[in-house]
Write a protein that binds this ligand. Structure first.
Ligand code: CMX
Length: 472
């Protein structure tokens, strides 16, 4: 059966999994649902030998071929477009946007298993997809939900660390501190100390990665309640999915639409190929064999920057400032003027532009579709939609930004605000919970494939000048 035919068969049968659309790991495989289905760890173990062979073959055939020249401008220009990293979970196309293991966001929303009565994909399924390249069955996803709920408790000393943070400390800083502290119980760090064979690195890395993802809702919920009130977080429900538990820990568990939003939110924020600051930082730090808690703690520090994940907070700050300055019912002309005043004061318009994308971010579009379905009359959604009609033209006229279109962060705050999560300083924490999925998936594969220490070459300006002396 051809891959396309196999795929259409699979689409018709939501219980059947294990399809991989022409990607790096092994060949596409159909499995019978009547046989015992492998767990995620068992499936990774099955895939590793084939992928090791695959990488070996790629390197043998293409290892000495060049991707293209490196320009001096790229060295000075934040390495834009420099092909330098291996990242299997997702690839970002400038025009089309992200694909997770070959699947676009609309395809993931369509294909991945949903909660009973739900419409949005369960992030558990997306993680399975990121790690294996295969669409899991509903049963495999349910097992992951159960496994993560069972791993969700955080050590008492980590609770104490969070409780001792002053409420004025930014939630992202608290988040990063707590995630780093989880390294205390790292299976990888322990195994390394005991002299684990490098061939076996991936096993404890897998366990740490699962623990990391599982514990993030407990950390996020505790920070949220400490800073904004709500008392101690309730116990995690071992029968609930990850997003339901996250929503419950935050205090929004009885709002079904919010839970659905979390499912979509985590799915679309999970991974955005390897070059973005949070993903690349996690990979870089992991390459020193720092365990997944330390590697992802570093990712969070990058995500906390206003040009990256903190932009979702900055969008709301910017919109609120605009409202207070020109009113909620401002005219198009007034909004335009406000955008210009931002640019003229040497600031960026948060939520717009992207280092790779050159079109509206499909993550923005997915959130817009969610809003059109669930909250079309929401005033903040209307404002976000109005800005979408105005900002790109202004950025184009200003002539600097290579991409005048909105990114993921332009929309998320409006959705969270609608459901009562109005504390914008917390927004990047939710981005952080999601980003762990992509970083963890790659860390597992980096250890399985024996990815080496990252160590690119740097040059001084004097050395660059000298290199081209006497040359045209
Ligand atoms: N508002 C104003 N100016 C912008 C701009 C924006 N939204 N986007 C880009 N520019 C400016 C840049 O600051 C740069 O100016 P200088 O030449 O003076 O340095 C110029 O346009 C060219 O930049 P670019 O090549 O188009 O964009 P970069 O790859 O350098 O940066 C990004 C990408 C995202 C940092 C930038 O578009 C930006 O600052 N956007 C606003 C912040 C934001 O939304 N970040 C979130 C991105 C998504 C995420 O990671 O979460």
């Amino acid at each position: 059966m051809s891959l396309a035919a196999a795929r259409s068969l699979l689409l018709k049968n939501s219980r059947v999994a294990h399809l991989r659309p022409g990607l790096a790991l092994g060949s596409a495989r159909l499995s019978s649902t009547s046989a015992k289905q492998p767990t995620l760890k068992e499936r990774v173990a099955e895939l590793i030998p084939g992928e090791l062979e695959n990488v070996k073959a790629i390197r043998a055939e293409h290892g000495k071929k060049a991707f293209g020249p490196v320009l001096v401008d790229q060295v000075y220009g934040g390495m834009r477009g420099l092909p330098a990293l291996l990242w299997d979970g997702s690839v970002l196309d400038a025009e089309e946007g992200i694909r997770f293991r070959g699947y676009s966001i609309p395809e993931c929303r369509d294909l991945l298993p949903k909660a009973p009565g739900g419409d949005e994909p369960l992030p558990e399924g997306l993680f399975w997809l990121l790690v294996t390249g295969e669409v899991p069955t509903a049963e495999q996803v349910a097992e992951l939900s159960k496994d993560w709920a069972a791993r969700s408790a955080i050590p008492e000393f980590v609770e104490d660390i969070i409780d001792r943070c002053p409420p004025t400390l930014h939630p992202m800083t608290q988040f990063s501190i707590a995630v780093n502290a989880l390294n205390h119980n790292s299976a990888f760090a322990k195994a390394y100390k005991e002299g684990i064979n490098k061939k076996d690195y991936w096993g404890p890395t897998f366990e740490d990665s699962m623990d990391l993802i599982a514990k993030l809702p407990s950390i996020a919920g505790r920070i949220y309640r400490n800073v904004y009130g709500g008392g101690n977080p309730p116990a995690v429900d071992s029968a609930a999915d990850y997003s339901q538990n996250l929503a419950t820990l935050l205090g929004f568990g009885d709002r079904k639409e919010f839970v659905e939003l979390m499912r979509l939110y985590i799915t679309i924020h999970s991974d955005h190929e390897g070059g973005n600051v949070s993903a690349h930082t996690g990979k870089l730090v992991g390459s020193a064999l720092s365990d997944p808690f330390l590697a992802f703690g570093a990712s969070l520090n990058g995500l906390a920057g206003p040009l990256h994940g903190l932009a979702n907070q900055e969008v709301l700050v910017w919109l609120r400032k605009m409202e207070s300055k020109i009113g909620a019912d401002a005219s198009t002309e007034q909004v335009k003027e406000y955008v210009w005043s931002t640019l003229k004061s040497g600031q960026v318009v948060p939520g717009y532009g992207h280092a790779v994308l050159r079109k509206t971010d499909p993550r923005y579009t997915a959130q817009r579709e969610f809003a059109l379905k669930h909250l079309p009359e929401d005033p903040m959604f209307k404002l976000v939609s109005k800005i979408y009609q105005i900002v790109p033209d202004v950025l184009l006229e200003a002539g600097k930004a290579k991409n005048p279109w909105p990114n993921v962060d332009a929309h998320s705050g409006a959705l969270l605000t609608h459901y009562g999560l109005t504390q914008m300083e917390f927004y990047t924490v939710l981005f952080g919970v999601s980003r762990a999925f992509g970083v963890a998936a790659q860390l597992i594969w980096d250890r399985a494939l024996g990815a080496p220490l990252e160590r690119p070459k740097s040059y001084s300006s004097a050395a660059i000048k000298k290199m081209f002396e006497g040359k045209q």
